[in-house]
Design a protein around this ligand. Sequence first.
Ligand code: FEO
Ligand code: CA
Ligand code: CA
Length: 630
Amino acid sequence: MTDVDTSKLSWDEWDELQNPPPAETDFDRVVERAISRRGFLGGVLVLGSAAAAMGTLGNLMSSTSAQAQEAASRFQFKPVPIATDNTVHVPEGYSWQPLAKWGQPLFSNVPDVDPAKGVSLENSDKVFGENTDGMELFVIGGHQVIAINHEYVNPETNLPHTEKGVPQSADDVKILQNMQGVTVMEVAEGESGWQIVLDSPFNRRIHHNTPMKLSGPAAGSELVKTAADPNGTDCLGTFNNCGAGRTPWGTYLTCEENFNGYFGSTDANFALPEDYARYGITAETRYAYEKFDERFDVSKNPNEPRRAGYVVEIDPSSATSTPVKRTALGRIKHENAAVVIARDGRVVVYMGDDERGEFLYKYVSNGIYVPGGDTSKLLDEGTLFVAKFADDGTGEWLALTPETTGMKMDEICVFTRQAASKVGATTMDRPEWVAINPVAIEAYCALTNNSKRGIKKNAGGDEMPVGGPNPREKNEYGQIVRWYPENDDHADGKFKWDLFCMAGNPDVHKDAYAGSSNINAGNMFNSPDGMMFDTTGLLWIQTDGEDSNEGDFAGQGNNQMLAGDPATGRIERFLTAPKGSEVTGQTWSADKRTHFVGIQHPDAPFPDGEGKLPRSTVIAIKRDDNAMIG
Ligand code: FEO
Ligand code: CA
Ligand code: CA
């Protein structure tokens, strides 16, 4: 670690700092490539290449003025300018209010958090956790229930009695473990707006010690057995819950991302298993769990980290249901899980693996979804695929099977990154959320950025060449790739692709780093991350990027949320977030008159004002005329 202030970093940023990919060894080759790449970028070639990737959009952008007028009506709001302050801004005619804040009680016998003392151990599994992320709203018997992730904690905020948040006891560790994971909470709109329904039978906290089941091909494997669980089927806790998803049968999918950061070694001489490096599992951790909770000490429990990194299915309708880790969907740094039903009824799940040079995945079930039918095996029995993009705008899904990888099924599900490397998948610029258009057969993935594109390999030694959907070296702005499945079928093995946008800064750059033609001085941003469609087919893009508003990022302000129109490529800014925060996670009320949005890790007091603590918060946004907005 360097001496940067790690308390200001998002978990993604911290993980990058802690676990850089292996250093390039062939120095001469790097220099040579960098020089030739600069020449490449200075000429027309890269613009030509980027323009080719933008092909479909280029055609769309030259649509007729009648089409343009129709397109303009898709945006019901007046875009907001950038902001650099410490609060949220939404367009004229819209308002926002906090719904749920870090430490807010879910039950009436629990006090609100005391900022000076933090949340007590006793209450830490009965309050809204920290650092809100992916979320989904379910209507269950007329009740509106939100399931929502708590990705990580800021140790200093949660352990104010310690030096820099370093845990001093098993109790300190337990508090941190309880403040992460998932909240399930009933919400309702009353006279004073949206509120958590205290004591609702749906209210529940799922955290780092909640009992769960392992299912799918890795369940019962030697790779996941531990002393405490000799069968390899019963584990505890879900970790670093980032993006989310939902199934058509009413369950919530929470996605384990940077799980590596929780496991460490108390024995400096312990030789870390070879597979750890690909996932960034090291002897050192941010939270020191391993010092007080043996389960997280890999020198004693080397298989424990192999029981994390999955998509976990939760039934929000029952507060006593046991969450299930679906190993068939692979073990990666899962961002989200975007579910769609294929033409023949099979279940398709798209998933990004957020790390520089990792891959984009798709799972296709063997069985078909029948409303009201048995869904228990749909996420256990199926095939995992990984995307390979060709420069000509086509692509294919490569199956990860014993035949294609030379690995056993349990190995594919536990060492998924290694399996994907074996089949030659395309190394991507950090795949974050996938969003599926509900009114067209297409899907989108936010490729947030990749400072090492074109100059290093990924952690598995795969090249990260400039090209295809990753067209810029040292990509600091990010882009959104879109694909159209062949035969209009998400289960098809082939697709066509283009870039919906390349973020950039047209005020600073005149080359490909200016961004695509739908990026301008009025809507620019960097590092697209959270992404979901509303029911009308507008794409809501959330950012988690550089908010210095200086240099290459001048004029981009704080992180933000924008709306994009797939038909025209037009993008407009809807919301700006407090300084230091990222915007992540969103869902809508049952009547689509409220848009819930997550504000994670603000720097300064938010939303309670001066003198109060910065609190990660879910806000509820409405139009003042109460019209539908999603
Ligand atoms: Fe948790 Fe990749 O964002
Ligand atoms: Ca994210
Ligand atoms: Ca991110």
